[in-house]
Design a protein around this ligand. Structure first.
Ligand code: FES
Ligand code: FES
Length: 141
């Protein structure tokens, strides 16, 4: 275990007071769920976004992470960053930006990678649901 003093205070803050911990109903059509794992360590992150169908903007976000402090801090930051942004825009969020914001050491880069992957997976999930709903309505006509 790396002593807490070696971590940047932002990591400790996000680890001790993680923002937006929780879950949305994954069957809600306005919710996108990204569930990703880090092969290197087995940690798992679930990040969910709520999207306004008419604007494509993310109105809310939450996460649950079973992982190290850096992974928890990264998901906490990710939920703060995606809120209020368009779902296309959040696809450009890079794990390196999150790592830089938290001053993560190089060995902890993969922890922030989980957050980038989870954002992408959540958007993809929402889009897939929307496409399916669209297909269903066309069929009914
Ligand atoms: Fe929370 Fe920057 S300290 S996102
Ligand atoms: Fe694996 Fe941090 S050590 S996510």
């Amino acid at each position: 275990r790396v002593p807490a003093r070696f971590y940047h205070e932002r990591v400790v803050d996000h680890y001790e007071n993680p923002r937006n911990v929780g879950s949305f109903d994954k069957n809600d059509p306005t919710v996108g769920t990204g569930l990703v794992g880090a092969p290197a360590c087995g940690d798992v992150m679930k990040l969910q976004i709520k999207i306004d169908d008419s604007t494509g903007k993310i109105t809310d976000a939450c996460f649950k992470t079973f992982g190290c402090g850096s992974a928890i801090a990264s998901s906490s930051v990710a939920t703060e960053w995606v809120k209020g942004k368009h779902m296309e825009e959040v696809l450009t969020i890079k794990n390196t930006e999150i790592a830089k914001h938290l001053s993560l050491p190089p060995v902890k880069l993969h922890c922030s990678m989980l957050a980038e992957d989870a954002i992408k997976a959540a958007v993809k999930d929402y889009e897939a649901k929307r496409a399916m709903a669209g297909a269903a309505t066309t069929e009914q006509k």
